[in-house]
Design a protein around this ligand. Structure first.
Ligand SMILES: Nc1ncnc2c1ncn2[C@@H]1O[C@H](COP(=O)(O)OP(=O)(O)OP(=O)(O)O)[C@@H](O)[C@H]1O
Ligand SMILES: [Mg+2]
Length: 385
């Protein structure tokens, strides 16, 4: 088990910066997810931790020991890739054995036929086989040990790839989009399996995904990256409820958060689309601001008033348990998504004009630079930085 620390890590390719001054403390035994859009530097960060890529500047430490000059094979980390990277010509058993044979057997002990004659080899093989048995039981892949990767489903292959990482009992697992080749329902199933595996192993997991739902469901903490910057690090709940940057607010959560332009007056009162929003902020922010509303924080009301916004229903996204109503806001091109209960959403028709109001205290305010602003007076909202 190991904690991992990145200290002012930078990475450039030919003068093009892809990681900017990254500081990250990953706790021992933590499930930390690096999440962000394509190209933001997630895989590069993971590869720098693994030692597969050299950072341009800064330090990487594993268990407080600087590993800048330590080879990948000596960092005691196991990497699991999206592509599984299994040996197609070897059985599952031999795929699992390979890392242990390489680690535990000497050159002569690995030698075909002659190797069998080296004293002590059979004892080592027995212990390798016991380890494989243990991992196969944990991952429920015992019935598959005699098959080759080509005879397995995607989910089974992914489990074998995990097993191959587990047999070495590494100090930490580094996983780069390990579930993205699986179909949607298997992906959800494997999320639950990975979470329970993490609880069982209690080893550090550093997990990379561009899927915010994966990040929210599995992680102890998530690190949201964009354009090579770490924008926010926090528990899934913190990042969802209190995004510190408008880009985090828009990236985390599905459907996307609604963002409206607004103003803050000299008393700190927030106004948008002609209505006063239940949000009071420091008057130092007077001027143009943006306001975010999650689709679940909007109430449809019967009558228009000075507290409601109105929009024309342009599209209904029926998910069974929820109906997302897509509205075109009056007098603007902005669209707005509202979550409704099925009994409510199903009665609305395309083209209807709906009136709605944000639930008290649910607004998130961002200054003109997109930074989160703390609400001063609100009964229900939490503190923001
Ligand atoms: N070997 C390389 N040479 C030049 N540029 C590279 C190299 N590897 C990565 N990059 C660039 O670095 C940036 C970050 O790449 P990275 O693979 O870390 O992104 P990512 O967040 O993992 O994206 P994805 O979700 O698409 O996998 C990208 O702009 C990419 O084009
Ligand atoms: Mg990547």
């Amino acid at each position: 088990m190991a904690g991992i620390t990145l200290n002012s890590v930078t990475k450039s390719y030919g003068g093009n910066a892809v990681i900017n001054d990254l500081n990250l403390d990953i706790n021992d035994g933590e499930f930390l997810t690096l999440v962000g859009p394509s190209g933001c530097g997630k895989s590069t960060t993971l590869r720098i931790i693994a030692g597969l890529e050299n950072q341009t500047g800064g330090d990487v430490a594993i268990d407080d020991k600087n590993v800048n000059n330590i080879r990948p094979s000596l960092r005691d980390l196991a990497m699991v890739f999206q592509s599984y990277a299994l040996y197609p010509h070897l059985t599952v058993r031999n795929n699992l054995m390979t890392p242990l044979r390489l680690r535990d057997l000497t050159f002569w002990e690995r030698f075909p036929i002659l190797g069998y004659l080296v004293p002590g080899r059979s004892k080592k093989i027995t212990s390798i086989e016991a380890e494989i048995q243990k991992v196969a039981e944990t991952l429920k892949i015992e019935p598959l040990l005699a098959r080759k990767p080509g005879q397995l489903s995607g989910g089974q292959r992914q489990r074998v790839a995990l097993g191959r990482a587990m047999v070495r009992n590494p100090a930490a697992f580094l996983m780069d989009e390990p579930l993205s080749n699986l179909d949607a329902s298997l992906r959800v199933h494997m999320r639950a399996e990975l979470s329970s595996l993490h609880k069982k192993l209690k080893t550090t997991f550093v997990y990379v995904t561009h899927d915010q739902a994966e990040a929210l469901t599995m992680s102890d903490r998530i690190a949201v990256m964009m354009d090579g910057d770490l924008l926010q690090l926090g528990t899934p709940e913190e990042v969802y409820k209190n995004p510190n940057d408008i880009r985090v607010a828009e990236f985390i959560g599905s459907p996307k958060m609604n963002i409206l332009k607004g103003t803050c007056d000299e008393k700190g009162q927030v106004t948008s689309a002609g209505i006063k929003i239940d949000a009071q902020i420091d008057p130092l922010n007077a001027g143009a601001i943006s306001i975010g509303f999650r689709p679940e924080h909007i109430e449809i009301v019967q009558k228009a008033s000075n507290k409601t916004l109105s929009g024309k229903l342009s599209y209904k996204e029926n998910l069974g348990s929820d109906v997302f109503l897509h509205l075109s806001l009056d007098g603007s091109d902005d669209s707005f998504i509202v979550r409704a209960q099925p009994n409510e959403g199903n009665t609305q028709k395309i083209g209807d004009i709906l009136h709605f109001t944000p639930i008290k205290g649910s607004a998130l305010v961002f200054d003109s630079k997109g930074q989160g602003v703390t609400l001063l007076k609100s009964k229900t909202s939490g503190k923001r930085k």
